[in-house]
Design a protein around this ligand. Structure first.
Ligand SMILES: [Zn+2]
Length: 402
């Protein structure tokens, strides 16, 4: 007897090279069967997914979920229920001083699966920025001990490198983050935006398996030449095995950069949201909205799903996630692909029309359907920049600040 049967959907599971009509059965919290037709009388609960697509639960490689403690953090469970994201990888919200709380109050307390990149800065992302401006917080030995005590959760090292985070100390924090990542043998996720330090000093320190997040930024670190074409650095990084990750956020997704890349056949390795207190209010909103932007830029649906399931799972070395392989955790997302006329915006509110969008109808985590519950209102400091606040459409479902 199966606990849950998801019937009649189009199943897209890139890790298994599967894109076909199929039923998915879950038993004891794990995937028990995927087949063209499974007997509904052998299941306690049945979800009719006809006309829908069924994917592995999404893996969001860049999130901020340390709510109540950090500037950026949101509560993951309510967003998971409406977005299909069952694995949340926190991108450096916690440093050594705040990691015990992240483990106990966030990872243990959440219904969804969670991992984290440890911030090199021991204070993590308590404040909006400046975490590296005081190098005393860059305690490599303390970070190593934190990793060794939390290897079940920590999947990499995070360093945000831009003019604010590093104010006055240049490339030094990234050199220290490089040394730390090497010592613990984990990938390094580096955020780019606006220099100094300049982009070339940053990419010189990246190694195979590392992640360049905000890869399609429009900031001064953008992967564009002066005449608006894709910088050769983008392809070089991918050839070296460095992963290009979207990390949309509030300041890090530019249609100009994205279009230049796709035009040259350079696709992001991972599509992640960088969901946080601000970006959840729009124009990012959530991972399905971000995926829809790439769908409407011309990427095929299975390729888009691949970059939010198999590939991010691979990036963190968790091959049992982001797939519907037999025996893997019972994490499943169900979507409707709606057709119509939709406006999408990058972070500078440049608009693109699209004719398809992914809307999550059901999120199953560990074999259980996540209940739709209200989200917390934005934190009192989380006020969108004017240009986004006044133009963001579809924001009415959120409580926007005055
Ligand atoms: Zn981020």
């Amino acid at each position: 007897m199966n606990d849950l049967l998801i019937r009649g959907g189009r199943v897209i599971d890139p890790a298994n090279d599967l894109d076909a009509p199929a039923d998915v059965a879950i038993r004891d919290g794990r995937i028990a069967a995927v087949a063209p037709s499974l007997d509904p009388s052998q299941a306690r609960d049945v979800i009719d997914a006809s006309g829908h697509i069924v994917t592995p639960g999404l893996v969001d490689l860049h999130t901020h979920v340390y709510w109540g403690v950090t500037y950026w953090g949101i509560e993951a469970d309510p967003v998971a229920a409406r977005s299909g994201v069952t694995t949340w990888v926190d991108a450096g919200s916690a440093g050594a001083y705040s990691f015990p709380g992240f483990r106990e109050f966030i990872c243990t307390a959440s219904r969804v699966r969670m991992f984290g990149f440890l911030n090199l800065s021991a204070i993590g992302l308590i404040a909006p920025t400046w975490e590296f401006a005081n190098l005393d917080y860059c305690d490599v030995d303390l970070a190593i001990r934190t990793v060794e005590e939390n290897r079940d959760i920590i999947v990499g090292i995070k360093a945000r490198i831009d003019h604010n985070t590093t104010r006055g100390v240049g490339i030094r924090p990234l050199q220290l983050a490089r040394a730390l990542a090497d010592r613990v043998a984990l990938p390094l996720m580096v955020h780019i935006g606006n220099g100094p330090p300049p982009l070339h000093e940053i990419v010189d320190l990246l190694r195979p398996g590392d992640i360049l997040t905000h890869c399609f930024t429009g900031g001064t670190h953008r992967l564009l030449t002066d005449d608006g074409r894709l910088s050769p650095i983008a392809r070089e990084l991918q050839q070296r095995g460095v992963l290009l990750d979207i990390g949309h956020g509030t300041g890090s997704f530019s249609y100009r950069t994205a279009e230049a890349a796709l035009q040259e056949g350079v696709f992001p390795d991972v599509i992640s949201s960088d969901i946080h207190q601000l970006s959840v209010q729009g124009p990012m909103f959530d991972l399905p909205t971000t995926l829809s932007k790439f769908l409407n830029l011309g990427m095929a649906l299975p390729d888009v799903i691949d970059r939010a399931t198999r590939r991010p799972a691979l990036a963190i070395g968790k091959l049992e996630l982001g797939t519907l392989r037999l025996g893997s955790p019972g994490d499943v997302a169900i979507f409707r692909v709606e057709e119509g006329n939709y406006a999408f915006f990058d972070v500078d509110m440049n608009k693109r029309q699209g004719n398809r969008r992914l809307v999550c109808t059901t999120t199953v985590a560990g074999g259980t359907v996540l209940p739709r519950v209200p989200e917390r209102p934005p934190a009192i400091w989380a006020i969108l920049p004017d240009h986004q606040r006044h133009n963001a459409p579809n924001a009415s479902h959120r409580t926007t600040p005055p």
